[in-house]
Design a protein. Sequence first.
Length: 167
Amino acid sequence: MTSAVQIFLILVVVGMFLIGAEIFLPGGVIGVIGALALLMAAGMGFVAFGIQGGMLCALIIVILTGVCIVLWVRFFPSTRMGKNLMLSKDGKLFKSAAAELVNLTGKEGVALSTLRPSGIAQIEGKRVDVVADGSWIETGKRICVTRVEGSRVLVRETSSPTGGPTS
């Protein structure tokens, strides 16, 4: 009987710990494993304490989990760690791509790295992350921006003579 109580307590502690660890290891897997551990703890409560004790354990686990979630949501955002993990600005002003990227369509430049397919090019005197639109492009080859899709700048090799970076 004692080992069933120990397993019950271990499952409760591990379940709560894994659910709490979910904030640092996002992805959902750790939280699901923690929830399953709490579910198994509720089942183990029936083995360790009988039907009435098992019902009481299950009820306590549900209430304890709810109280922990409410306290977490209420107090965690105001802690130093919570402030570091949360956005401090309203996302209305966030942009997916820099406005100057849209103006690069049709501009020419030079590949500063081999584009396999992505790399760096110099266009109008600025270093830009680009993606080769087709085959790989070797370092030093002239390129032309074919289109901009969000933050992706797609380029093709041009037949212009090779020269230094453009300004």
